[in-house]
Structures are given as C-alpha cells and as structure tokens.
Design a protein around this ligand. Structure first.
Ligand code: ZN
Ligand code: ZN
Length: 279
C-alpha cells in the first residue's frame, strides 16, 4: 500500500535517533522500502548537516543495516543535498562521485544582496526578522531569490527528486497572508514546475508538516498543476523522529488520488517505478 519513504534523517545529521532506530520502525510499520537521506555536508560548519569526514561511516552504516534487514525491507542510501550556488550543488563532482542510490535536491539557504547566506527553513518569527533585516521587508524579492536558487538547482540537475518544493510558502504566508495566491507568486511557482517537467525530474510530496500544520510541500493547491504537467511524485515524510516516518502518508495519497494522480514513484529493485496508488 505505497508504504515507502525516501526522505529521512538520523543522528548523522539533525535527526533525533540512530539510523537503526528508523530502520527498525520502518520494518515494524511494514514499509517495503526505506531510504536514508541525511543532510549532505556543506562547505562550512552547520548545525543541520553531516560533516564530510563522516560520509564513509554513513555509507558503511547503511550497508551494514541493509545486510542485516535484507529479508524484511529494501534499504537505500540517499542524501539530501543543498543547492547553494554554482559551486556547491547536487551535480558537483564530489556528490556525483559518492556511491548513492539516489539524491535529493533541496533549497534551504539563499543569498542576500550582501552575499550572506540565510536559512529560509526556519521559524516564522525568525523568517520575519530575516526579511526585515536583509530584504527591507520586500517579500517578493526574498521569495524571488528562493525560486531563483530552486531554478538553478533544477537546471544543473544531478539529483532524482526535488525536496519540499515551495517550502518557503509557509513562512511567506505567515508574513503576508494570501501572498502565495498573488499573480507574481503563482508565476514563480509555475515557472519552476514547468522547468521540473521539462527536465524530467520527480517532485516530492513532503508530509513533514502535516500533523502540526495540515500542510504539504508543495501545497495541495498545486497538485492539479503538477498532475497536468505529468510530473511524477514521491510521497515522503522527511522525518527526524522514528515515530513520524509514516505521518501524513495516507492523507497525501488520498489527496493525490482525488487530484487525478493514479500512481506514485517508488524505488524498488534499484529502479524508480510508477506504482498505482492503493496497490
Ligand atoms: Zn530539507
Ligand atoms: Zn530533509
């Protein structure tokens, strides 16, 4: 019943439990496939990513667990890789050289006009402060910088699916309610989805905020457009706690079906495949 997840964290990055605790939970909940996708190292120290020195150990631990749980679950090695700029992104030589089963491309950080990197994936209070401090309150410019980074990431490629597309929508809405329905915002989002379709990439339906905020990334209001563009989707929980690996999955699958999707993409036997919803 589409019991898979390919976006998950653990204590190699900012996840709150050892990798094995997540795998055990996935087995207990009857998942057929599970991908570990810690935040990939950044070129500077950060609170949420894995450090580069631990990448070999990370891959070894996945291999160990894969052998150990082989008869119960398909286990995959992934990474959630940040797009920062033209040097640091999923397609660069280092990330492409890693023996991963798949890669996720995500934007969390954007550059300000002064060349400072700021985190858009933060509390709405902090986001508000960043907007005032670095963009003089101009939300359109800040959202524009986010989508520009997202477009550059998709242009360069090197990854399998886009992580939580349009995640900035939540914080943008907190600053200016209704803003994601404005024409300029819709244009940025539509241009982005057009490019994802053109490049033949998959989009994730990220369920991480479902329990807390009844919101998916990208938002349900975009799903019809995604279906019309023929973009394949992968439903993932992006969980940082073992107890949340399945949160929002059923609701997302039901929503997708209602919006015209017949299948979701799942990685099985090392290949992404279209699997009927409810099969
Ligand atoms: Zn992320
Ligand atoms: Zn994540």
């Amino acid at each position: 019943m589409n019991q898979t997840n390919y976006h998950s964290h653990c204590d190699f990055c900012d996840g709150k439990a050892p990798m094995e605790a997540f795998v055990k939970e996935a087995v207990a909940e009857g998942f057929s496939a599970y991908g570990v996708s810690s935040h990939a190292p950044l070129p500077f120290p950060s609170h949420y990513t894995m450090v580069k020195e631990r990448v070999p150990e990370y891959l070894q631990e996945i291999a160990r667990l894969r052998a150990l749980y082989d008869d119960r679950i398909e286990l995959y090695a992934g990474m959630e890789i940040d797009y920062l700029d033209k040097d640091s992104h999923p397609a660069n030589a280092y990330f492409q050289s890693l023996p991963l089963d798949y890669r996720i491309g995500s934007v969390h950080l954007i550059y300000t006009d002064e060349g400072r990197l700021i985190d858009t994936d933060t509390s709405s209070e902090h986001f508000h402060a960043l907007l005032a401090q670095y963009f003089k309150g101009d939300l359109r410019r800040m959202v524009g910088a986010y989508f520009q980074a997202s477009m550059e990431m998709v242009e360069l490629g090197g990854f399998d699916f886009v992580g939580h597309a349009d995640k900035i929508a939540y914080n943008a809405e907190c600053c200016v309610p209704g803003v994601t329905g404005e024409a300029w915002y819709a244009q940025l989002r539509n241009d982005f989805f057009d490019l994802v379709a053109e490049k033949g990439l998959m989009l994730e339906i990220n369920t991480k905020a479902w329990l807390k905020r009844q919101r998916f990334f990208p938002d349900k209001s975009c799903w019809k457009g995604i279906a019309e563009r023929g973009i394949p989707v992968v439903v993932n929980s992006d969980s940082h706690l073992p107890s949340l690996i399945n949160a929002g999955r059923r609701e997302a699958l039901e929503g997708l079906k209602a919006m015209g999707f017949r299948t979701v993409r799942e990685l099985h036997g090392g290949k992404w495949q279209d699997v009927p919803i409810g099969a």
